[in-house]
Design a protein around this ligand. Sequence first.
Ligand code: UN1
Length: 497
Amino acid sequence: MDTLLETEKLANFINGEWVEVENTTAVINPATGKEVVQVPLSDANAVDQAVASAQAAQKQWALVPAPQRAEVLYRVGNLLKERKEKLSQLLTMENGKVLEEARGEVQEGIDMAFYMAGEGRRLFGQTTPSELKDKFAMSQRVPVGVVGIITPWNFPIAIATWKSFPAIVAGNAVVWKPATETPIMAYELAKIFEEGGLPKGVINVVFGSGSTVGDSMVHHPDIRVISFTGSNEVGRNIAAECGRQLKKVSLEMGGKNAIIVMDDADIDLAVEGILWSAFGTSGQRCTACSRVIVHEAVKGKLEQKLLTAMERLTIGDGLDESMKVGPIINQAGIRKIKDYIEIGKEEGAKLLVGGHEFRDGAHQGGNYFSPTLFTDATADMRIAQEEIFGPVVSLIPVQSFEEAVEVNNGVEFGLSSSIFTQNVNRVFQAQRDLDTGIVYVNAGTTGAEIHLPFGGTKGTGNGHRDSGVQALDVFTEWKAVYVDYSGKLQRAQIDVE
Ligand code: UN1
């Protein structure tokens, strides 16, 4: 057990109580292979209890004026701020991302707390004229009820805040299943909610597997919204089941994000953008760059500068602040990456550097993989089409801007894209034509800010967005209200003079 954590075994948080579960499994630090804590593997009963508690709490919570609900989020934001360093270290221990990035992720949660707290005094609806005399018309957001959130291991606190904070400020109660690989952030955030004065039952945390806990949440008739971030395969199954139940569902399911480097690009800047978005978080971001679409006129120069820059990347335990690239989450992740390296070679892409794990000396016990660069990939290769979720990037040469856009858009996903160019006309054409939910100009594919909508087109999602004011659309229903103060029956569409 680490001294930063005051327990060796986490417990569920249901109706404001910490509920122990007998069946547990170990959480492993991916940098060392050592156990950090035990996490519950709950059963469907725990979900039933959490939903019952959320249902009861939600009725009262919805009656608390939104600006007062927001006060809890301000307190939560302050507590996150006070504990930023401790949370960041714990995050690095459970997830592996380097400390600098862990601090960035906790900051994302802090930003989200204050941003959504501000919504307590907005939650804007509309007033609009009625077509009839002495009649008032307006629309307002109302809570949906009990919402289920299912969050991934790669951003265990930021994504949880994108989903839970808007849900809470809008007057819902939450049942949350965090990823079992990274439960500590959920435990710490639940404690912060408790200390911040959130009434019992408004948030409930149930630890456990997707196949048991996640599945019972998706099937539970009293959970009216599911917000999920994770794999495309699981997301499609969730959507199908939610469809049968007419349950609202918001999905974010990854990407195959590209950086386009045009012939007029600032190549040094593009190299920095590629380095940060392809190898930061060891490529384990939904927004990570895994394709570089490069104009053939600058391909040689870019390759050479990228190879030199990659030599700077230090790989190791993220708690050591000299490290730039941390471990891969687990051995399954390593196996998947290794498979793609073989696939890439068989397909005829040229491996310029990397492509192997590290198990020697300081890397013993951890799941480390070398930053990898393929070149001469073609757009249809599997390494250029499928999500690898590791530090692997493939260069795809093209001959024109039009071809670059076509290659960018020619994948199943549509989360993030980027273009490096100095040509203002191309900038505007690109932001119009790149078919992704997020577009960057002269910056890499990662680093979305919380007050803008996060999500994507095609296989990335189902039309909803996390974070931004748009997140409120997932967690609210629109209610139209008409008040007739004429004292007589007025029929719309008929009694109009
Ligand atoms: C994710 O990888 O699922 O835009 C989230 C970014 C971060 C969030 C990534 N702010 O890269």
